[in-house]
Design a protein around this ligand. Structure first.
Ligand SMILES: Cc1cc2nc3c(=O)[nH]c(=O)nc-3n(C[C@H](O)[C@H](O)[C@H](O)COP(=O)(O)O)c2cc1C
Length: 359
């Protein structure tokens, strides 16, 4: 076998991955806008990709307030549990593992994308200086509400309840989205967090929300079924911190203390921070690396112990049988950019051909 490291099993907390190929979390905006539920479309999509060592779902909001983007799925009521159960069943039927990525967008979003009356919650009333897609075109982001102490406790409990629902829906694990300028990252960053209470100011205070959110999730799942997604220094969604190296070193040390199963780090050379090296230095659990890997580079990084597993995003959109293709060095289908987020379902979602079908 050419890629013997990529195709070896990996202990990931309480789980064992059968290979080290992870499907990266990717928002595809095909959930039902009317009730934030997944449908048979997502059952097919994730089921087709179930031979990955681990699938991490698209970002899933733990409450109506946590939604930011159009047609993204939720996990905050029994109906969502039932809908996701069909997805996890399809993945388990093929022997796969699937983690639910919990994504609270905080100040990122637009009212047109959310249920009527849903709030924009953030550490401080500072709008993200960025635009977001809506069905009426690109729009500036709103000024969010400053979260009260009660709001914070309530959102932390939303994460806890979503973790409990994830287990009920058959998910094997939960990944907290703490990257790309969403709510947990908004608390970490000095640009978006200008609070003067226990949740703002010094680094320990800025870490507190993430610590509480992770602890709430762990209280339902145990630490061995929890992952954390990070992208230190990534300015996406106006995510600006005075000292990301220091902030993320402390966050990783916290993740280590909590004993979670994995950190899923996006490497982003443009930030000047080597997030993989930083994670290895401060976190002793498994490290999943992400961003622009191909099979040969993933194999080399695992062989050198720079990462334990690698996630693939765009390649997985276009290649449901990526695990088979890598094994035989088969050419990959090209990504059709026009259908990445197209709201109307199957085209560009569940109809990419497999090798077996001559694709
Ligand atoms: C269409 C699309 C949607 C994405 N949505 C998410 C998301 O919901 N959560 C997340 O953590 N990352 C998200 N990402 C980032 C990917 O998980 C991954 O880090 C990125 O695509 C780089 O990996 P790649 O070069 O293998 O595509 C998204 C990326 C793409 C292309």
């Amino acid at each position: 076998m050419k890629y013997s490291h990529l195709y070896s099993p990996l202990a990931l907390g309480d789980l064992t991955m059968r290979n080290r190929i992870v499907m990266a979390p990717m928002t595809r905006s095909r959930a039902r806008q009317v009730d934030d539920a997944v449908s048979s479309l997502q059952v097919d999509y994730y089921g087709q990709r179930a031979d990955a060592g681990l699938i991490v779902t698209e970002g899933v909001h733990p409450s109506a307030d946590g939604k930011g983007y159009n047609r993204t799925p939720g996990l905050y009521n029994d109906h969502h549990v039932a809908a996701w159960s069909a997805v996890t069943e399809a993945v388990h039927e093929r022997g796969g593992l699937i983690a639910c990525q919990l994504m609270h967008c905080g100040r990122v979003g637009h009212a047109l994308n959310k249920a009527e009356g849903a709030r924009f919650l953030a550490p401080s009333a500072i709008a993200a200086a960025a635009e977001i897609f809506t069905e009426s075109g690109m729009m500036p982001m709103p000024v969010p509400d400053t979260m009260t102490a009660d709001d914070i406790a309530s959102v932390v409990d939303d994460y806890r309840q979503a973790a409990a629902r994830a287990l009920k829906a058959g998910f094997d694990a939960v990944e907290l989205h703490c990257a790309s300028g969403y709510l947990p990252a908004q608390f970490l960053a000095t640009g978006s967090n200008q609070r003067e209470d226990d949740y703002g100011g010094c680094l320990d205070n800025r870490l507190r929300f993430v610590e509480e959110a992770l602890s709430a999730i762990i209280s339902e799942t145990g630490p061995g079924r929890v992952g954390l997604r990070i992208s230190p220094g990534n300015p996406y969604n106006d995510h600006i911190d005075a000292n990301p190296l220091e902030t993320y070193a402390a966050l990783l040390a916290l993740a280590d203390r909590l004993g979670i199963a994995w950190v899923h780090a996006i490497r982003m050379p443009s930030t000047g921070i080597d997030s993989l090296m930083l994670t290895r230095r401060h976190f002793s659990g498994a490290l999943i690396g992400s961003d622009s890997f191909n099979a040969a580079e993933a194999e080399a990084f695992i062989a050198d112990q720079r990462v334990d597993a690698v996630s693939f995003g765009r390649a997985y959109i276009a290649n449901p049988d990526l695990v088979t293709r890598f094994a035989s060095d088969a050419p990959l289908n090209a990504l059709d950019k026009r259908t990445i987020y197209a709201g109307e379902g199957a085209p560009g979602y569940t109809d990419y051909p497999t090798l077996a079908l001559g694709g």
